[in-house]
Ligand binder design. Structure first.
Ligand SMILES: O=P(O)(O)OC[C@@H](O)[C@@H](O)c1c[nH]c2ccccc12
Length: 257
């Protein structure tokens, strides 16, 4: 069974919610990224989302964009990231999900990209710019026992939610608000009914992300979902503590403990 499904099953048995933490691969370098993955897990992160830096990241807010730029300036490549995944897999079975733009996959070669994910131990893909119409082309070549396609739904998805989540494994990524990633003080006003609607329409776990940056935010949302996703706040914390892994671990434990 896929590591993501296994993780959610275990969490549900213990009545626990998943904490999903995002970092950008290669910010400030890949050795540090590997250390951050371990620190995230030790702090209590259940699933790690690794962002693959891209030059035109349309859904990324300022914090994630800047992190991607730093990684690109430092010479990050997709092959180097796969090598890091292999290193990580020697040490941990924590589920790993890539946040990757479709352009990156096309440039790398679809078959080749999927194959590398499955070989190295990536468990899921979130692809923010993949049109629904082109999804089958990719999912057809994915082996669901190894690699899950994680769909994104937004408050505006409404009637299309069932179609978007159809046939997906892993979890559904519910965007908490419109726009780009980043810390916000207010969530979409009907967020609860929106999340309940997605939950009703999907037979896999759902997680919410975008603008979650504190324990209070998590408490506000966790009753309506199976997991929460935190990105920009973690990337900021890493910067503020100059990449100190002990501080990162403590920060994560404080958020999800
Ligand atoms: O940064 P936030 O607001 O905590 O949201 C998570 C988000 O950064 C991460 O999941 C992500 C990074 N880039 C994305 C692009 C699209 C969707 C999601 C993402």
């Amino acid at each position: 069974m896929n590591r993501i499904n296994k993780k959610f099953e275990n969490l549900q048995l213990n009545n626990q919610k998943a904490f999903i933490g995002y970092i950008t691969a290669g910010d400030p370098n890949l050795d540090k990224t590997e250390e951050f993955v371990y620190a995230l897990e030790e702090g209590g992160t259940h699933i790690v989302e690794l962002g693959i830096p891209f030059s035109d990241p349309l859904a990324d807010g300022p914090v994630i964009q800047a992190a991607g730029q730093r990684a690109l300036n430092a010479g990050i490549t997709v092959d180097k990231i796969f090598r890091s995944v292999m290193n990580i897999r020697k040490n941990t079975d924590v589920p790993l999900v890539f946040l990757v733009y479709y352009n990156t996959i096309i440039i790398y070669g679809k078959e080749r990209f999927i194959k590398r994910c499955e070989e190295t131990g990536v468990d899921g893909l979130i692809i923010p710019d993949l049109p629904l119409e082109e999804r089958d082309e990719l999912t057809e070549i994915m082996n669901y026992e190894k690699l899950c396609f994680i769909p994104l739904v937004a408050p505006t998805s409404k009637d299309r939610i069932s179609k978007i989540v159809e046939g997906c494994k892993g979890f559904v990524y519910c965007v908490s608000s419109l726009g780009v990633t980043g810390e916000k003080s207010n969530f979409y006003k009907d967020i609860k009914s929106y999340l309940q609607d997605v939950k009703k329409k999907s037979d896999i776990p759902i997680a919410v992300g975008f603008g979650i940056s504190s324990k209070e935010d998590i408490k506000k949302l966790e009753n309506d979902v199976d997991g929460v996703i935190v990105g920009s706040a973690i990337v900021n914390e890493i910067r503020a503590s100059k990449g100190d892994t002990i501080k990162l671990k403590e920060y994560i434990a404080g958020l999800c403990g």
